[in-house]
Design a protein around this ligand. Structure first.
Ligand code: NAD
Length: 298
């Protein structure tokens, strides 16, 4: 795709806004849409064009990027835009959607005369701003190749398999990430309750075998300073965990530990409510600390 191409961007939230901004900055013409007027305004400030009607956004687009909360919303948005999508245009679902539903959606998109790939991302809002997202791409080779010039503006795309493969891998990654975050938060809170300094702990752990993205990134950047502002919602993480454990169930793979993780995240979600950042599970756990047994602290 050349710089003259038009990209439609549907879903201008925490991730969509910085991603669309990067596309604008790369010289592409970006026409975006979101149900939120505030989100549309952010794209205009970034130099893009914003329209309330998503169907209008896709009319001239060679590539249509979806960056929406979940498969229900992706499918509803697709139904609204497909009659207006150009023949041969590439619909790229960068949301973290359900892989089996993505396969079905690919068939619907193809029937309408367009093409479909899934290209979910990892790397958070920081990665979206910096254009360093890990992009897990599922689709036919020719379609993936056609998408590369746009995807490379946003990060590092890797072709991981057929349609749905990207979405499967993304959910699996987040199941691991969420399970790590819960386990490392219980472990970190144990050390803190014992009297250890969290920064000292993280320094040692990050040079040891207990380290993970949670100890290297989430604890130091969002939890120790109690900002809880990663920009990734708790409810979205829980959605991804359920997608991955649902896949394990369908494939006959044991998922006892990760089922327990889902139940823990569900308990936190029920109390923290809509709008909570996913890193707030550490705060929620700390608030559920019981009184230490006598002689247990340093
Ligand atoms: P978000 O909730 O901040 O943004 C979603 C946007 O979609 C909102 O602006 C909302 O108004 C808009 N929207 C909802 N329904 C719509 C519709 N029918 N038509 C048009 N717009 C609609 O979510 P986010 O954090 O940007 O995440 C988007 C996707 O990316 C999710 O699937 C999420 O799981 C995934 N993801 C998020 C992160 C992160 O760090 N935030 C990282 C990787 C992947």
């Amino acid at each position: 795709m050349s710089a003259a191409n038009v990209v439609a961007f549907i879903g201008l939230g925490n991730m969509g806004t910085p991603m669309a901004r990067r596309l604008v900055e790369s010289g592409l013409e970006v026409v975006g849409s979101d149900i939120s007027a505030e989100a549309r305004e952010r794209l205009v400030e970034a130099g893009g064009t914003a329209v309330a009607d998503a169907a209008q956004a896709v009319e001239r687009a060679d590539a249509v990027i979806l960056m929406l909360p979940n498969s229900d919303i992706v499918e509803a948005a697709a139904a609204g835009i497909l009659p207006s999508v150009q023949p041969g245009a590439l619909v790229i679902d960068m949301s973290s959607s359900e892989p089996l539903r993505s396969r079905e959606l690919a068939g619907v998109v193809e029937q309408s005369g367009a093409r479909f790939i899934d290209a979910p991302v990892s790397g958070g809002v920081g990665g979206a701003r910096a254009g360093t997202l890990t992009i897990m791409v599922g689709g036919a080779e020719a379609d993936v190749q056609a998408a590369l010039p746009v995807l490379e503006v946003l990060g590092r795309p890797t072709h991981v398999g057929a349609v749905g493969a990207g979405h499967a891998l993304k959910a699996i990654n987040n199941l691991m990430s969420a399970t790590h975050l819960w386990a490392s938060s219980e472990a970190m809170l144990t050390g803190i309750a014992f009297g250890l300094d969290p920064e000292v702990m993280l320094d040692a752990i990050n040079g040891s075998s207990g380290r993970s993205g949670s100890t290297q990134h989430k604890w130091p950047n969002f939890i120790v300073g109690e900002t809880y502002d990663s920009g990734f919602g708790l409810a979205l993480m829980l959605k991804d965990m359920r997608i991955a454990t649902g896949l394990a169930e369908r494939l006959g793979v044991p998922h006892t530990l990760t089922d327990a993780a889902v139940a823990h995240w569900e308990a936190a979600d029920a109390e923290l409510g809509a709008g909570a950042d996913h890193t707030e599970v550490a705060r929620w756990l700390r608030e559920h600390l019981a009184t230490p047994a006598e002689g247990a602290t340093a």
